[in-house]
Design a protein around this ligand. Structure first.
Ligand code: AGP
Length: 608
């Protein structure tokens, strides 16, 4: 998942390209580069690592030219170094690419046999030479691009500059997002609306198979059949305000602390606190009352939000849920009833695996609902119903406020479906909505435990392995706690259903591996106590996250016991996420890792 941008401007574009790339860094930050046309010649600057390195390079060795393209990279093919950084260049063109060309080796061998010399390990370079070869054979840029797109297998969003063509950028997309921006005598290309927001809020989104010739006067779009098409011009709401960290050391900590507010915003969108009832749009393309099964698919933390919601839909609405991670879901060929509901959960709305699963379900005749944070994302645009999380831009790569807002939407939806199907009485709905309305209060109380959590993190930072245990709706939370810890601190961590401990993982228990047990005092707490006793009996180290009653009932010695406020069961996955987030955050800070941009990761995984 990379970020690409292009500008045909009326002023030097290098600083504008860098500004746009800053907004795309969430897509990857292994390397960055720009290329401009200066007196018809292609000039390029690239740098390994974060965007600041490219900025420093341009400060010492600036680029002029009013037409240019830029790229920030998350490496898929080839190590993240300057050589493999985009834009890639030949005698005739420069190209930036987001996606994966799956048949690049075949193309590379063919082009090498034709005498083309490769200098990088990237799949993108094969596209550069493929189009160059057609131009060497006399084709003009438009024909050279359009005639070669069908040779490419896989996903791509590309922007291309051509030597001597100051007033032309050609773009194409298949399976990766690409937007065209309209300015006053200027035109733009970008991976998303946020990248282009400093320049324009009038965009068109290319569709799969489209290619476009962009000039200062406008854009000429062709669809996969080659015919001219118009893509709707939309006014976006993407804010050009660069989100900043405020007084926080990291975006992640800021976003953890934003949770009471954004949970409240999100809940108040779907719940009427005055009447303690749910309020979902009436004009949905499907009727909650007629839902008899839901398929859910997502990736990473978003998947874990879905896993929690499986318990909720089945408990409060008696609707069975089929759920799977998107990369498995789309190849399972799950039998799906026509007219059923498939729900996709995604912060970015651009995750390739989740999008592919969505398109599979669309092809099966499913109604498509998406729980997304980015209103103008590809996933939102391809859904019949959008249930937006109002988390605001989430910059930290680790998902925090997006998760608790996803849980807020899903809990509200489960109650709404339960009420619509008559499984919940008006009184039960009222009670559950009241419970949910208290989430911001309990979130604030959980944040007050940060200092105590910091102490626990100090111990975690010394170990190599950690096991998280949970039951029921806190089992997905054990998985999430482990995901947070490993992606932020690089410490190996696993989440397990507490009841599974005795079926294998208990062999791991020793004094070197802390066991973090997420267990509010609920109806199955005593079962978890037995699991903790199994751990204690083998000299294991227990870190218990529970409430006052749970702490009193946990008879064994624990290394730490974090006491959370008493709260209704429906809130525990939402609120117990916060100590899990803070634990991972502070452990990462102790470890000195890059909390907001951990190694090898990116905020939005737009490749499969
Ligand atoms: C979460 O902390 C991870 N960074 C990652 O698992 C993320 O949740 C996953 O890639 C899905 O992203 P999405 O919500 O944008 O689809």
């Amino acid at each position: 998942m990379c970020g690409i941008v292009g500008i045909i401007g009326k002023q030097p574009v290098a600083p504008l390209l860098v500004d746009a790339l800053k907004r795309l860094e969430y897509r990857g930050y292994d390397s960055a580069g720009i290329a401009t046309l200066d007196a018809g010649l292609i000039k390029r600057r690239r740098a390994e690592g974060k965007l600041i390195n490219l900025e420093n390079l341009l400060g010492n060795d600036p680029l002029s030219g009013n037409t240019g393209i830029g790229h920030t990279r998350w490496a898929t093919h080839g190590v993240p170094n300057e050589t493999n950084a985009h834009p890639h260049q030949t005698e005739k063109l420069a190209i930036v690419h987001n996606g994966i060309i799956e048949n690049f080796r075949e193309l590379r061998d063919e082009l090498i046999a034709d005498g083309y010399n490769f200098v990088t390990e990237t799949d993108t370079e094969a596209v550069a030479h493929l189009i160059t070869r057609s131009m060497d054979n006399g084709l003009d840029p438009r024909s050279a691009v359009s005639q070669n797109l069908e040779r490419l297998e896989g996903a791509f969003a590309i922007g291309i500059l051509f030597k001597g063509e100051e007033n032309l950028i050609i773009a194409a997309r298949r399976g990766a997002p690409l937007a065209i921006g309209y300015g006053e005598g200027e035109m733009y290309l970008g991976s998303d609306a946020i990248a282009l927001s400093p320049f324009t809020n009038v965009l068109s989104y290319l569709e799969d198979g489209d290619w476009a010739a962009i000039t200062s006067g406008g854009v000429e779009i062709h669809d996969v059949s080659g015919g001219r098409v118009q893509r709707e011009k939309q006014v976006t709401v993407a804010s050009s305000v660069m989100v900043d960290k405020g007084n926080y050391r990291h975006f992640m900590l800021k976003e953890i602390y934003e949770q009471p507010e954004v949970i409240s915003h999100t809940l108040s969108h779907y719940l009427d606190f005055a009447t303690s009832s749910t309020r979902f749009p009436k004009e949905l393309p499907f009727d909650f009352a007629n839902l008899d099964r839901i398929a859910i698919s997502a990736c990473g933390t978003a998947y874990l939000a879905g896993l929690v919601s499986k318990y909720w839909f089945e408990r409060y609405a008696r609707v069975p849920v089929d759920i799977d991670i998107a990369s498995e879901f789309r190849y399972r060929e799950m039998p799906l009833a026509k007219g059923g509901l498939s729900l996709f959960i995604s912060q970015s709305g651009e995750t390739a695996d989740t999008l592919a699963a969505l398109r599979y379900c669309r092809a099966q005749g499913q109604h498509i609902g998406s729980v997304v944070n980015v209103r103008e994302s590809t996933m939102a645009r391809e859904s019949d119903a959008i249930f937006q999380t109002l988390a605001g831009p989430e910059i930290g790569v680790a998902s925090t406020k997006a998760l608790t807002c996803q849980l807020s939407v899903l809990a509200s939806m489960a109650v709404a479906v339960g009420r619509a199907k008559g499984v919940l009485s008006g009184q039960q709905e009222e009670k559950l909505v009241h419970n949910l309305s208290e989430a911001p209060k309990f979130a604030n109380q959980a944040l007050k435990l940060e200092q105590e959590i910091q102490k626990i993190a100090g111990d975690l930072a010394k170990v190599k392995h950690v096991l998280y245990l949970g039951r029921d709706t806190n089992y997905p939370l054990a998985l999430e706690g482990a995901l947070k810890l490993k992606e932020l601190s690089y410490i190996h961590a696993e989440g397990y259903a507490a009841g599974e401990l005795k079926h294998g993982p208990i062999a791991l228990i020793d004094e070197d591996m802390p066991v973090i047990v997420i267990a509010p005092h609920d109806k199955i707490f005593d079962k978890t106590v037995s699991n903790m006793q199994e751990v204690a009996a083998r000299g294991g180290r227990i870190i218990l996250i529970t409430d006052r009653t749970g702490a009193a009932k946990a008879s064994m010695d624990t290394e730490h016991t974090l006491i959370m406020p008493d709260m209704p069961d429906i809130l525990t996955p939402l609120i117990y996420s916060i100590p899990a987030q803070l634990l991972a955050y502070h452990t990462a800070v102790f470890m000195g890792t890059d909390v907001d941009q951990p190694r090898n990761l990116a905020k939005s995984v737009t490749v499969e």
